[in-house]
Ligand binder design. Structure first.
Ligand SMILES: C[S@@+](CC[C@H](N)C(=O)[O-])C[C@H]1O[C@@H](n2cnc3c(N)ncnc32)[C@H](O)[C@@H]1O
Length: 201
């Protein structure tokens, strides 16, 4: 498979972050080190989440889909969806997915607060609301980010997590943990301590 003159076989895209990020336009690629989950972290998060065949995972704030696409590649019998508020990032995720001809990941454009979490068995969350920096770092469209919105999103996520059934597993990467209800317990920490796996008890 070829992207912008690079010839790469499907599995090789996952051999390094540098190569994988070539799937995206330059202005989004340059955000990768700060804003998109590295391949090794995505693989480790999936190992901690330990989904079974037929399980469904939601990435809350999926960006260009790097977590979802990596997870979908290595767990072909699991459905991995992303919800993302910026149309440019959703379009980039859909293009990357199409290049890799994947059918077990889907990207929704919208606000996570309008998403039905109940059909998911596992969740992934990479510091999605602390994201003023995206607009500052690039020419990606900005959102009305503010301390107030940050707090409202955290409270809304707290309520959504609170409403999920006992046993739900959530992986967080660089979480402030303010959004975590008391009944979620850390059951594993990744090789990078910013990666944590939680279970609702
Ligand atoms: C740190 S990036 C993580 C991207 C992706 N999950 C990954 O790991 O590669 C956080 C993303 O959350 C998105 N986001 C922030 N608030 C959101 C909201 N209320 N609804 C949907 N997406 C949101 C941002 O636009 C950004 O793309």
């Amino acid at each position: 498979m070829s992207s912008r003159g690079i010839v790469v076989s499907d599995n090789d895209w996952f051999s390094s972050d540098h190569l994988f990020d070539q799937l995206y336009p330059e202005n989004l690629r340059s955000l990768a080190s700060l804003h998109w989950t590295p391949i090794a972290i995505a693989k480790e998060a999936m190992a901690l989440l330990a989904p079974k065949k037929g399980d469904r995972i939601l990435d809350i704030g999926s960006g260009v889909g790097k977590f979802c696409i990596t997870a979908a590649q290595f767990y072909p019998t699991v459905q991995i969806d992303g919800i993302e508020q910026r149309s440019e990032l959703v379009a980039a995720a859909q293009n990357a997915k199409a290049r890799l001809a994947m059918n077990n990941t889907h990207f929704f454009l919208g606000d996570f607060t309008e998403m039905d979490f109940t059909k998911y068995t596992h969740l992934y969350f990479y510091n999605s609301f602390y994201e003023n920096a995206i607009a500052q770092d690039s020419n990606v469209d900005s959102t009305p980010e503010s301390a107030d919105l940050f707090n409202r999103h955290n409270r809304k996520l707290y309520k959504l997590l609170k409403s999920m059934p006992v046993g739900i597993r959530l992986a967080t990467y660089h979480s402030t943990e303010n959004e975590m209800p008391d009944d979620y317990h850390i059951v594993a920490v990744g090789s990078d301590e910013e990666l944590k796996c939680w279970v609702k008890v």
